[in-house]
Design a protein around this ligand. Structure first.
Ligand SMILES: *Cc1c(COP(=O)(O)O)cnc(C)c1O
Length: 404
């Protein structure tokens, strides 16, 4: 007899830190858009590990690249060169039109690395007086969980009792380019923003916002850092979400799907002299740029492009969003999305999104509630039309259920 769900949950509760409240399903297998629990029940994964498995679970080509590299060489540290790093640089630079790449591991590390390098750029290139660099960020941002990052979060749960925090950040409201103009001072080195706020509940800024932000940053010599850790790599129907607005960030942050979910791989990409300010000994990571990570990332990028996943995200995203918008259920307050990054926000009277996520689970769909009233829907980018329709049928039935 295998272990039961309640046994797994009890052991996690006893020995684990209670910093998550997962839905009570214990998964043991995944393939494409599907995951299976320990009892053999199959679910359509509508979270995709927060968009880290855009390429689908256990993509065979990424798996093969990982297995092959793992049997050859996994870690050298950056004290020596390895034969996967240069090709990774070439391929990611060519794909994204970047001039410099800094490989890291988690998304938060990429954000921290960007903050360090734009500050350095501020002092050494822009001429900001020592210790005065300012970075502008947005309310309701999500950039990760390190001390540096939670210090400029506006979410009390992320910040409370973790201080003191580093100074040098100013918070403005998201989607308000005038607020950005007003907040910039001669000491401002960068504006850090998500093209679409994912964790905040898939908040899409007003049309023209990013283009205006780009103009302001250029005019005021402020580096525009786009955190595309969640929006990037096809999720919104373009390789990078910035392409919807026809702009280019000075610094772009990638993570999550950069490995297709196999391994933590992140990267800072820059088109300017920003990353050029880092000199030997000034920044690093034992695992950053290791051959296993590079081989996995190369395969993850290759399948994304070669298998048409970005175009599929655009097509299926349109189908999925139209389907969600056509659902007539009293509890729905708003449906929004771009590509396969979607959200259904419920009226407060619905009593919270969690109960609907639990109801979706019984119909074979795993989705995650966010900010109490919102159900986020973001399946892997390999979903087909039939599968979108299959999901829509179940989502519609669930949202029409009276669970209050
Ligand atoms: C997930 C996420 C991060 C943090 O990535 P980790 O790998 O969890 O550190 C940063 N920014 C955005 C927009 C994210 O969605």
């Amino acid at each position: 007899m295998g272990r039961s769900v309640s046994d797994f949950l009890a052991t996690e509760a006893r020995l684990g830190t209670y910093n998550y409240e997962p839905i009570g399903v214990v998964l043991s297998r995944g393939e494409g858009i599907w995951v299976w629990d320990i009892d053999g029940n199959r679910y359509l994964d509508c979270l995709s590990a927060y968009s880290a498995v855009n390429q689908g679970h256990c993509h065979p080509k990424i798996l093969a690249a990982m297995m092959e590299q793992a049997s050859k060489l996994t870690l050298t540290s950056r004290a020596f060169h390895n034969d996967q790093l240069a090709p990774f640089y070439e391929e990611i630079a060519a794909l994204t039109g970047s001039h410099k790449v800094l490989p890291m591991n988690s998304g938060a590390e990429a954000v921290e690395s960007a903050i360090k390098s734009v500050r350095k750029w501020g002092y050494e290139v822009k001429g900001v007086p020592e210790g005065q660099a300012e970075i502008i960020v947005c309310a309701d941002n999500f950039h990760g969980r390190t001390l540096g990052i939670v210090g400029f979060s506006t979410d009390p749960a992320a910040r409370d009792n973790f201080g003191p925090f580093a100074p040098g950040f100013r918070i403005i409201s998201f989607g308000d380019s005038e607020a950005l103009e007003e907040a910039i001072t001669p000491n401002t080195v960068a504006f850090l923003v998500e093209p679409i706020q994912g964790e905040a509940g898939v908040i899409i800024p007003p049309a023209g916002y990013l283009a205006r932000v780009r103009e302001i940053c250029t005019a005021r010599n402020v580096m525009l850092i786009l955190d595309e850790i969640q929006t990037g790599l096809g999720r919104t129907g373009k390789l990078l979400a910035e392409q919807h607005d026809g702009i280019e960030a000075d610094v772009t942050l990638l993570g999550k799907a950069l490995s297709g979910g196999f391994y933590p791989v992140s990267a800072v990409l820059s088109n300017t002299e920003v990353l050029g300010t880092l000199k030997p000994g000034q920044h690093g990571s034992t695992f950053g740029g290791n051959p296993l990570a590079c081989a996995v990332a190369r395969a993850a990028l290759r399948v994304l492009v070669e298998e048409g996943m970005i175009e599929n995200a655009a097509v299926q995203g349109e189908r999925f969003l139209a389907g969600l918008k056509s659902i007539r259920a009293n509890i729905i307050r708003e449906v929004r999305g771009r590509g396969l990054m979607m959200a259904v926000e419920l009226h407060p009277e619905a009593g919270g999104a969690r109960r609907y996520c639990l109801a979706l689970q019984t119909r074979g769909i795993l989705a995650k509630d966010t900010h109490v009233h919102t159900i986020r829907i973001a399946p892997p980018l390999v979903i087909t039309s039939d599968q979108v329709d299959w999901a829509l049928e179940r989502i519609e039935a669930t949202l029409k259920q009276d669970l209050s």
